[in-house]
Every structure is written in structure tokens, then in C-alpha cells.
Design a binder for this molecule. Structure first.
Ligand code: GLA
Length: 398
């Protein structure tokens, strides 16, 4: 009997060893996206018109402009790349993307990673073919093509859910969870590490369940637009969500509009600063191949990016608000803190920030991350003018 036990135990051990050898374990969420993903997404600038040439130009520009060096690495094609399914049910790109595997190879050849877009519904938001009924097959196709990132957008599946769940939020949530988990499992089954980006506009408090269904990031809001009012509304209503973010799982207040023409440089610096304090994914949404030096310098401010990408992975929060002025703070590795002092009004404002508000001594070291210079407090108080719709962003160290 003892011998039999031993033989069985040995056999089991051998089986485990061979299967471990055969299949590399799928990376954990924290390994897949230890810091918020950085890259470019076609939607905000190109919308439905995006084609292969646009994506190639974006990838080339990312690799040569200094963006890649600053940390941007994902090139993501959003909606409208999909064509028809073949007789076996496999999805093919439409005529705007004649050679998807070739395009992905090109992106990889530049040292970048590639992302794609789908929906759990029969149709995407722009009315193209979704993954409904073909989840496993689509995941396999993406893996075969060499995809590294998937944005999975609820779109028409929302209608299906509504028919079943009505206004029952718990039921809606359960159905959304099931749909996202199904794709996550399909991605894992391919064995290819693919960052999983949930997009369902922040409904059913997705931050409470996004990580548990395999999401590495999840949209917390409806769509951004290229104007200060919408950007600021989204950004400044993120207070209170910080405890749901961390390495491997990030709140996503939507992609950047910097460089798309609808905001002043000060407003764009607010956008970049606020998103970095929120540890938000930094997905540029402009035409990278036609960037002004000013746009590039805002998108590649390394001191601000370092706040977003800080290895501690803590999202910041609002700590102070008075009239149009707000102070947001993000804890950084090693005990430093990033501080954003924002002015949401149409007039410049002078205000005094006290180091005691963040528990720092009067002689703490302060650096202005947009001016790239050290600044000094007087008796622990720093008085500074904040431009209209602008920001002063500091890194404070003991
Ligand atoms: C939704 C998403 C956007 C974009 C479009 C594409 O609106 O929220 O980010 O992906 O769909 O159709």
C-alpha cells in the first residue's frame, strides 16, 4: 500500500513538473502592468478614420520623437479596424488594415507594444464586428497576431444586459463581470501576456470588481472631450477612488487630449499633472506625427511622468479645496509627495500652500516640476500664483 502511495505521489509530481516546464505561468497583474500603462490610442484624434498609415506614422513618431524614451510604449488601434468573420468564424481586419500581422510586426520592430480593441457585444460602439459568440476565437487571433494589449468596450453588450437585468444594478454588474471575466480567461488560455483594459464608462462601480475579473485598468467615466470643461469635470471628480488602484490594476479616467487643439498649454499641463497624480494610464490621443514642440514637451515632461509611474503605485487624492483652488497629493516611493495646486477659474489666483498640510517640516525640499527648478517656502508657507485653468506641480521631499 505504502509503495502504491509513493508511485502515485511520484507520478503526480512528475506531471506537475512537466506541465510547469511546458507552459510558462501567465504573469500576475502586477507583473503585466506594474505602473500605469503608457502609450497612444487612435480614437481621440482619428476616430473612425484611422488606417494603417496613421498607425505606422504614430509608431514611428513615438519611437523617434522622444516619447518612447520618456516611457510611452503601447500603440493601440481603437474602434473601426474590424472587417468580417470568415466561414470558420475568425475575424479579419477591414480594408483600412490590409495586413494586421505585418503592422504589428512593424510596431514590435520599433521596440514598441501593440494594442487592439473589441467589445463583448455583437457590435462595437462604432457599429463594427464585436466578439459576441467568438470570445475564445478572437483571443486566439489576437495572440497569434502578437497583440499585447486589449481594450474591451461594453458597447452593444450594454443593450443585451439591459434586456435581461433591466435597472437591477446588481444583476447588471454580475453580467458585466461574467463578460469581462470570460475574455480574461480566454486571453490567459492563449498563454500570451496581454494587458486587459476594461471600458464600460465606470458603471456599476467597476473599481470595486475590475481587478477580480482580470482587469489591469478600467475606465471610471464616460468619454473625454477635447475641452477644459470636460477634462476638468472628469479629472476633478476622481477623488475618493485611490484605494482601488495599485500595481496591476489602475483607475482610468480616459485617454489624453493633449495636442488635439482644444485646450491652452496651461489647461494641458493641468490635464497631464492631474492624470499623473491620479496614477492614470497615460495614453496620448493626438496625431503624434504632427506634434508641436510644445505638445511634445508637455507629454514628455519626465519629472511629471515620474510621478505617474512611481513604483509605489499609489493614486493621489484631493486634500484641500477652497473656491476654485484645489490641492491634490500623491504619495511617492521613499516618502516624498507630489503636490498639484490647481486653479479651476478663468482668473489667475495667488495662494499659499502650507507644508504642514501634507505633514512635512517647514524646511522640506520643494521642486517645481513644470519649471524644473527648486523653490523655497518661507516658514513652511509657499505663496505662488496659479495661472487661470492652470497648475503648479511640486515634488516635496523631507
Ligand atoms: C466608446 C469608448 C471610447 C471609444 C469609442 C469607440 O465611446 O468609450 O473610448 O473607444 O467607444 O467607438
Amino acid at each position: 500500500m505504502k509503495l502504491l502511495h509513493r508511485v502515485v505521489a511520484c507520478g503526480a509530481a512528475l506531471l506537475v513538473a512537466t506541465s510547469l516546464y511546458a507552459q510558462k505561468p501567465y504573469p500576475t497583474a502586477a507583473q503585466l502592468s506594474p505602473t500605469p500603462p503608457m502609450g497612444w490610442n487612435s480614437w481621440n484624434h482619428f476616430h473612425g478614420s484611422v488606417n494603417e498609415a496613421d498607425v505606422k506614422a504614430a509608431a514611428k513618431a513615438m519611437a523617434t520623437s522622444g516619447m518612447e524614451a520618456a516611457g510611452y510604449k503601447y500603440i493601440v488601434i481603437d474602434d473601426t479596424w474590424q472587417g468580417q468573420r470568415d466561414a470558420q468564424g475568425f475575424i479579419h481586419p477591414n480594408s483600412k488594415f490590409p495586413d494586421m500581422p505585418g503592422l504589428i510586426k512593424y510596431v514590435h520592430s520599433l521596440g514598441l507594444k501593440f494594442g487592439i480593441y473589441s467589445s463583448p457585444g455583437p457590435k462595437t460602439c462604432a457599429g463594427y464586428t464585436g466578439s459576441y459568440g467568438h470570445v475564445r476565437q478572437d483571443a486566439e487571433t489576437y495572440a497569434k497576431w502578437g497583440v499585447d494589449y486589449l481594450k474591451y468596450d461594453l458597447c452593444s453588450y450594454g443593450g443585451i444586459i439591459h434586456k435581461v437585468a433591466g435597472n437591477n444594478i446588481a444583476k447588471q454588474r454580475a453580467m458585466q463581470e461574467a463578460a469581462y471575466e470570460k475574455m480574461h480567461k480566454a486571453l490567459v488560455a492563449t498563454g500570451r501576456p496581454i494587458v486587459f483594459s476594461l471600458c464600460q464608462y465606470g458603471t456599476t462601480s467597476v473599481w470595486k470588481w475590475g481587478a477580480s475579473v482580470g482587469g489591469n485598468l478600467w475606465r471610471t467615466t464616460g468619454d473625454i472631450q477635447d475641452n477644459y470643461a470636460r477634462m476638468a469635470h472628469i479629472g476633478f471628480t476622481q477623488a475618493g477612488l485611490s484605494r482601488f488602484a495599485g500595481p496591476g490594476h489602475w483607475n482610468d479616467p480616459d485617454m489624453l487630449e493633449i495636442g488635439n487643439g482644444g485646450m491652452t498649454p496651461e489647461e494641458e499641463m493641468t490635464h497631464m499633472s492631474l492624470w499623473s497624480i491620479l496614477a492614470a494610464p497615460l495614453m496620448a490621443g493626438n496625431d503624434l506625427s504632427k506634434m508641436s514642440p510644445e505638445t511634445l514637451s508637455i507629454l514628455t515632461n519626465r519629472e511629471v511622468i515620474a510621478v505617474d509611474q512611481d513604483r509605489l503605485g499609489r493614486e493621489g487624492n484631493r486634500i484641500w479645496e477652497q473656491g476654485p483652488l484645489q490641492v491634490w497629493v500623491k504619495p511617492l516611493a521613499g516618502g516624498a509627495k507630489a503636490v498639484g495646486i490647481f486653479n479651476t477659474s478663468r482668473n489667475p489666483h495667488v495662494m499659499t500652500f502650507h507644508l504642514s498640510w501634507i505633514g512635512f517640516p517647514a524646511d522640506a525640499h520643494m521642486r517645481d516640476l513644470w519649471k524644473h527648478e527648486n523653490v523655497k517656502a518661507k516658514n513652511g508657507a509657499y505663496t505662488v500664483e496659479i495661472p487661470w485653468h492652470g497648475v503648479v506641480m511640486l515634488k516635496v521631499t523631507r
